[in-house]
Design a protein around this ligand. Structure first.
Ligand code: PMP
Length: 434
């Protein structure tokens, strides 16, 4: 029902032998195509294209107004506290987490960060070399082990600076019980960061008021995964943190007063947004938030759940398909399914789907290598051999991930193509060597 809202969904792409076919995009966990109205908003904004805050011209005032008023829309969308100075625009989720890790290093100097074994590298690597990082385990089902979380919280206690956790995994789609985790985290006096990159585009998220024990202290996400452009993302957090340290990037816009030997930093959010900001990206993000809100995240969630269940059922009927974490009863996940075809490397399956049917998927470890290693029980010996470059072909999955505009018919095309691959496996292995 949402297909007509999204740009480029009827694109034809060349497949084998130059034949043109409709492109099927099952790689929405990487990036979603933009809403048509987001594209139009960008064109529209070009009328007001002007650098913000510093100009006195009409256009500069108009674009400043667009930029400044946007923060309220962002906060409303995620149930954030009404302090709009605490929305900081960044490039993407990765930059948001790096930024916060720099602030934390500045404020605390050290301590423990509790991350998890199911994080995207972007919510793991920025914390390393700045803090002691420990990882909450996953259980046999690939979900976060909440007993281990409690064990680690009570072990590290006051030295924990932050629990940093993904709202939903970009590998399995599993959602984490973020409010339950927030409650536990706060009980131990720590704060919680939710990586919302995979959650915000698919499910309603509520940061809840500061006074609630289930409050989410920090939330980060990227616009390009929610039908808006690349190059714009959000970091939301408490004023107390953002005010406590000098900016990590310094320069134009971050200061109130400068002499050769004195700097007085600007107030929030300017202090944290060095340089000329991405006003056009912000205008487009607000447009996408307006569309998502007017449809209702609950409605989108429900539709994508149906797509995911339908795909899980279709694929589970195909022999030789190893479907991971799709068939569980408690369907508490976003629209992602990892799978493999027995006897084919994930990269081969992905190439065949693209070359033979115009189906775009992602394959590999999806920037979450520790999680994939655990899910696939990759041995330490194998990892050692990879370090030394002896083994080349990475273990991993083929990942299909749906957006709100995908259709059941597209899933039927995928299922048909997978059946064809399975029944002609030997031929495909020869045609698509590793
Ligand atoms: N976290 C998760 C869970 C993700 O899926 C991604 C993107 N794949 C990121 C972080 C990083 O997002 P970005 O590339 O937009 O910084």
């Amino acid at each position: 029902p949402f297909r007509k809202l999204v740009a480029g969904v009827n694109a034809q792409v060349p497949i084998k032998n130059g034949v043109m076919t409709p492109y099927i995009n099952f790689d929405n966990a990487a990036t979603t195509p933009p809403f048509i109205s987001v594209v139009n908003r960008i064109i529209d904004f070009s009328q007001w294209y002007s650098s913000i805050h510093r100009g006195t011209g009409y256009k500069s005032k108009a674009s400043s107004e667009i930029y400044d008023s946007s923060r309220e829309s962002v906060l409303n969308f995620v149930g954030g506290s009404p302090d709009k100075d605490c929305v900081i625009y960044v490039k993407n989720t990765t930059e948001a987490i790096n930024k916060l890790s720099n602030m934390y290093k500045d404020i605390y100097g050290g301590g423990v960060i509790l991350s998890t074994s199911m994080e995207h590298h972007s919510n793991d690597l920025p914390w390393r070399n700045k803090f002691r990082v420990d990882y909450i385990n996953i259980n046999k089902a690939g979900r976060l082990d909440l007993d281990d979380l409690e064990k680690k919280l009570s072990f590290y206690r006051k030295s924990i600076r932050l629990v940093t956790i993904t709202g939903a995994s970009n590998v399995t789609g599993f959602k984490n019980p973020i409010h339950h985790i927030a409650r536990l985290t706060h009980k131990y006096g720590a704060r919680i960061l939710v990586d919302g990159a995979q959650l915000v585009p698919h499910s309603f998220i509520d940061m809840k008021p500061h006074c609630s024990p289930e409050h989410i202290d920090y939330l980060v996400f990227s616009a390009h995964k929610m039908y808006a452009p690349f190059g714009i993302g959000v970091l939301i957090g408490p004023r107390a943190t953002f005010e406590k340290c000098p900016p990590d990037y310094k320069g134009g816009g971050t200061v109130d007063l400068v002499t050769h030997n004195y700097v007085k930093w600007a107030k929030l959010p300017d202090k944290e947004e060095a340089g000329t900001p991405n006003v056009m990206g912000v205008a487009a993000l607000v447009e996408s938030i307006n569309i998502l809100s007017s449809i209702g995240m609950g409605y989108i969630d429900e539709y994508e759940k149906r797509l995911t269940e339908y795909a899980a059922n279709s694929l589970s009927n195909i022999p030789d398909i190893e479907l991971y974490y799709a068939a569980e009863k408690n369907f508490d996940k976003v629209s992602i399914i990892p799978f493999n075809i027995k006897g084919l490397h994930h990269s081969q399956t992905a190439r065949i789907l693209s070359d033979e049917a115009g189906i775009g998927v992602r394959s590999g470890c999806f920037c979450a290598q520790p999680y994939v290693q655990k899910l696939l029980n990759v041995s330490l010996m194998e990892i050692e051999e990879r370090k030394r470059g002896i083994l080349k072909n990475h273990p991993g999955f083929v990942r299909i991930s749906f957006g709100m505009y995908n259709t059941f018919d597209e899933i039927d095309v995928l299922a048909l193509m997978l059946k064809k691959i399975v029944s002609n496996k030997d031929r495909y292995i020869k045609e698509y060597p590793l």
